[in-house]
Design a protein. Structure first.
Length: 97
């Protein structure tokens, strides 16, 4: 193979590469556009979920406070019971070690 043939092969390969890049360009642009849309949508979903979680936590907190004000003795007994359960569970896991 002489240098003219090598040069011709290089030129042909370069031309083929250029045609391939031009043909793929619209698909690449569309893929980038769709990726951007998906990123925007996922950000919106995360923001909405975070807002809802905060609202739910606030509602739960208000409910607990309201229940405690209406039923202070029951709330105290529930708190003592929950504390006793936590202490018992802690001791149980420590004694197994």
């Amino acid at each position: 193979m002489n240098s003219a043939n090598v040069e011709s092969l290089r030129d042909s390969a370069g031309d083929a590469r250029d045609r391939l890049q031009r043909a793929a360009e619209p698909a690449i642009k569309e893929g980038k556009r769709q990726a951007g849309v998906l990123l925007d949508q996922s950000g919106d979903l995360i923001n909405r979920a975070s807002t809802r979680a905060g609202e739910n936590a606030a509602t739960l907190g208000r409910s607990v406070i309201s229940f405690t004000k209406k039923n202070p003795l029951t709330a105290l007994l529930l708190a003592v019971g929950a504390g006793a359960l936590l202490i018992g569970a802690t001791r149980s896991t420590q004694s197994r070690r």
